[in-house]
Design a protein. Structure first.
Length: 255
């Protein structure tokens, strides 16, 4: 295979080093397309493909670095996504990197509200794991049990992602985890200081709408001192889009 095949920005853009922040955790990276006014979808949250074809292929390229890909219930409900490997050259890239042919798929649904008829459950090419919290009633979990390979509950109010990620590494061998949103899941990961790289594509359009989701919603912080801090690691302009990689500073100690 041509060594540049599958590289959307003319160079390898994925994380070259995938060292986790702690030996018992996966390396965590997040990939998002964002409008110029900081939105990741319109206020009605319906799926809108607003980035270039290059950015859409970059999503598959980044998956070639990940043992597992994770998304939240609302992203999976509204989008017809299966979290696959992209096929063809992307499958070959995965294999070259020593990963399994398909990523393990992680569904985040603390209260178990994900639609059991969601597209992801119709494709059985790799394990699907449901992360839930104690807020998920048994009747919902029962409907989901036949759709997934494993259900794990961590956390009383909302998912305890630190414990969940440790478990993913120990039980499923997930050493690199790519999170593809949405804003609620990302916010929880940033809040827990688990994100190590942010891959961000800034697109030339404005959605507006104070209720439109952003790449990290949730409760947010009260002051700059509480913000997740990052440094700009790489930047590339292609056409009217900016492709950015931020490195996050990770909290030194964890309980
Ligand atoms: N532009 C992009 O690159 C991009 C990428 C992805 C998604 N999106 C867009 O983003 C929107 C969806 O984002 P969203 O923020 O509304 O939803 P989301 O993060 O996809 O999913 C939210 C759901 O995930 C579960 N969840 C999230 N954080 C949790 C936590 N800390 N503990 C327990 N459960 C948690 C909850 O499920 P339960 O209700 O079951 O508790 C929650 O309702 C869609 O419009 C989608 O198209 C855009």
């Amino acid at each position: 295979m041509n060594s540049r095949a599958g590289l959307q920005l003319g160079m390898a853009w994925g994380p070259t080093s995938r060292a986790p922040s702690a030996p018992d955790l996966p390396f965590v990276f997040v990939n998002f397309a964002m409008t110029s006014d900081g939105k990741i979808a319109p206020a009605n949250r319906r799926f809108e493909s607003f980035s270039s074809r290059r950015d859409q292929l970059l999503l598959y390229e980044l998956r070639t670095y990940a043992d597992a890909v994770m998304s939240g219930a609302r992203t999976l409900d509204v989008n017809r996504v299966k979290l696959g490997n992209g096929g063809g050259r992307f499958t070959r890239l995965r294999l070259q990197r020593g990963l399994d042919k398909f990523p393990v798929r992680i569904v985040v649904s603390g209260r178990g509200t994900i639609d059991p008829g969601a597209e992801i459950f119709k494709h059985r090419f790799s394990p699907i794991i449901l992360l839930a919290s104690q807020e998920a009633p048994e009747r919902r979990l029962k409907r989901l049990r036949s759709q997934v390979d494993d259900i794990i509950i961590f956390g009383e109010h909302g998912i305890d992602f630190l414990q969940a990620l440790r478990w993913l590494r120990a039980k499923w061998g997930v050493k690199s985890l790519l999170c593809e949103g949405g804003g609620a899941v990302n916010a929880a990961l940033f809040e827990a200081r688990l994100v190590q790289r942010l891959y961000l594509t800034i697109c030339p359009c404005v959605f507006g709408g104070r209720d439109a989701p952003t790449l990290a919603d949730g409760r947010g912080v009260a002051s700059l001192a509480e913000a997740a801090r990052m440094t700009l690691h790489r930047m590339r302009r292609m056409g009217d889009e900016l492709f950015l990689i931020y490195r996050a500073s990770i909290r030194a100690s964890r309980a």
